[in-house]
Every structure is written in C-alpha cells, then in structure tokens.
Design a protein. Sequence first.
Length: 232
Amino acid sequence: MDNDRDSDTDSKKNSNRDGSQATQAPRIPDTQQAMRVPSRVRMPSAGNWTLGGLLMRSRVHMKEEKLEHPGEYLLGYRLPGWQRPAVWTQQQQERFIDSWYCGMDIGRFVVTQAEGEAFWGPLDNLLIDGQQRLRTIDAYLSGRLTYRGLRWDELTDIEQRSFARTPIPMVVISPDEVDEQFLREIYVRLNYGGTPHAPEHHPDVLAPTGALTPEDKRASTEPTSTEPEVLP
C-alpha cells in the first residue's frame, strides 16, 4: 500500500493541472550550462588616492615613461590618441575646483597601472576617463588657472592643505589583463552612454527653488486642531 501511495504522489507531482503528464527537462550540471549573460571580463581595483601621492608618482615615473612611450601626459598618465582634446571652458574648470574644495563628488578617475614585467608596457599608465578633470587640476597647481582670482602659489598653507587632503577616487585596471579594444569600450560607455539633459529638465525649471512637492503641499494645507488634547 505504501508503494502505491508513493507512486500516486509522484504521479500528481509530475502532472499538469489539466491532468496531462508534465515533461521534465533533464538537469544539466552547472559546469556544462552555457552562460546566457556576459561573464565578468576583469575586476579592476578601486580606492582613494591623495593628491600628494599622485604628484609624487608623476615626478618619479614621468621621465622614464616619456622616454619609453612619447606622447601627451597629465600628472604621470599618458593620454590615448583616441580621446578628445581639452574642451572644458574656464567656467567649467572653476566649478570643478569649487566642487573639489566643497567636498562634492568629483567622479572617479579610470587608469591603467601594472606591476612587474608589464610595467612600462604600451597599455600601462593610460588615463582612460577623467582627462578634463585632471587637466583642470594640473592647470590649477601650475598657476595657469585661478580660482576666485587667486593662483595656487598665492594660497596660504592652510588653504593648500584643504585642497590637497581631498580624496581622489581611482579605478585601476591591470593592463596585462586587457587589450586596447576593451579600454576603448570603457571610454565609449562612460562618455557616450548617457542622455544629455535638455534645458527644460533643469531643476530650477522643473521645481523652482523653495517649491514644495504636491504631497508636502497637501500636508501643509491640512487644518490643524488648536484644541488641547483630552486624555482618557
């Protein structure tokens, strides 16, 4: 009797709602299943650098790097030939410096950096994303860009330290694990993947400063009782 019950139970489990027998697909081991989503290509490292560390690295490696791979460099990193040139206006540069001082998000810088045998390779020390921002930092520190009418060398030690202690978010990709096409793809996705904001979508147009949301408006217009609460 027990075997009959087990058989009946299994039969119900393998039946569809209309009573027909369900066809079960054979289980394929996970190791034999084909991935239907892209596999992770590389896992870059991320962290915060300091301005002092960036400048020190630039001074130490710039001369040797230029001898090995001529080109345009920014604070020790080489610019790929397939990137656009400097396009930021002075106003954009000053706003970036202002964001830096105020502690606002300055975005991540994406670079390649190798150790060991791959050091000084053709894909090493490349600045993949952040050229306009790094140009601005370089111009400010060298005195070619002023902020609030002041050059870098006109600032006090306290003012310079305020700028220097801002953490620099960096994403570092190992060049011995990627090819140039992969780096190009990163650049394209970071710089061409978004949709530019239209003027009518500016926050001051969508919701003028001080305007309340509809929910807040309803809450603020609801009558409030001035009578004292009577406890039971």
